[in-house]
Design a protein around this ligand. Sequence first.
Ligand SMILES: [Zn+2]
Length: 249
Amino acid sequence: MVGVALSEARRRMSSGFTSATLTGLVGGGHWPRPGEISLSHRGVLFLDELPEFGHSLLEILRQPLEDKVITISRAQGSVTFPANFMLVGAMNPCPCGFYGDPFRQCTCSPSLVSRYQKRISGPFIDRVDIFVEVPHIDYEKLADDRLGEQSDKVQARVKAARSIQQKRFEGTKLTCNAEMTPPEVRAFCQAEESAQSLLKAAMKQLYLSARAFHRILKLARTIADLENADIIKAHHLAEAIQYRPRRML
Ligand SMILES: [Zn+2]
């Protein structure tokens, strides 16, 4: 199945990327070798300028993002490599980088902005947990000497949340909230009543998919773990909903 999809992607490859990019990223070659997604197994894969990878290549990533493995088919047989990576991507809002900027005018035409943003498809977006818009930062803030929270404090909070999750999944194959499937989400993501009605309203108003629904609950569970809260409360859920994308055309 993936073999067919890979050759289709090669045929449709646009935006200057070659099949070497595809092989380098997802694996392949005459004698299949692992690509970056397998080399970053249990680690982080950072893709800068995400839309520049092109729609076809990003669509190929959907399957390993879901299944955590990639199978490469050849006439002689197929090879499956592990690919449980944390995807971190960065993108500009448009080719010139200023779409939506309050201080500088975007020079791209609306159709160009739309084409650029549509390289990231809805199903791909559905497989991403957190979207954060990074607005323009002005000089005063950059030059400010005040420091943010110390890293060791953040590390302690993350470690505590991780150990809550290890206890939660004791005796199962899971290690963290992100790995929960829908039955586990139902079992472990209990939300108080006000949180449930907030999610119901968000689902209707933002036309969220079933996948987004489960992602929001898993994320809210993690936010609650960071506060050492047993049950998901409305403010945990509100924060998780904020991490869905708001401004894709
Ligand atoms: Zn622009």
